[in-house]
Design a protein around this ligand. Structure first.
Ligand SMILES: [Zn+2]
Length: 101
């Protein structure tokens, strides 16, 4: 009985690892295509108003206050390894990036 459970557990572990690898590849491909595939909320700079948004097709947009439909091509840069802090590419201020829990 214990061996059977152990085999089941090992199969589950193997399948889970394979799924995680596929997910990582899919996320990398989405990022390569410019899609928003992050595990955080969208960023906004309080100082200059630069703001992230996601288009209906999943593309990340970073817009200015006067035009929220056009992507500037600018991207917030991660400041710390955890992704808690980001640098605004326009005014260079540091923005807190709340993570989705
Ligand atoms: Zn800014």
């Amino acid at each position: 009985m214990k061996v059977r459970g152990s085999r089941r557990s090992e199969r589950l572990r193997t399948r889970t690892i394979a799924l995680v690898r596929k997910l990582k590849k899919a996320l990398a491909e989405a990022r390569r295509l410019g899609l928003f595939a992050e595990d955080r909320e969208l960023l906004a700079c309080r100082l200059c108003g630069l703001q992230e948004d996601v288009a209906i097709d999943g593309r990340l947009l970073v817009t200015v206050p006067g035009n929220r439909k056009c992507d500037t091509g600018l991207r917030f840069a991660r400041v710390d390894k955890q992704g808690n802090w980001w640098r605004c590419p326009h005014c260079k201020s540091v923005v807190k990036g709340p993570r989705i829990t």
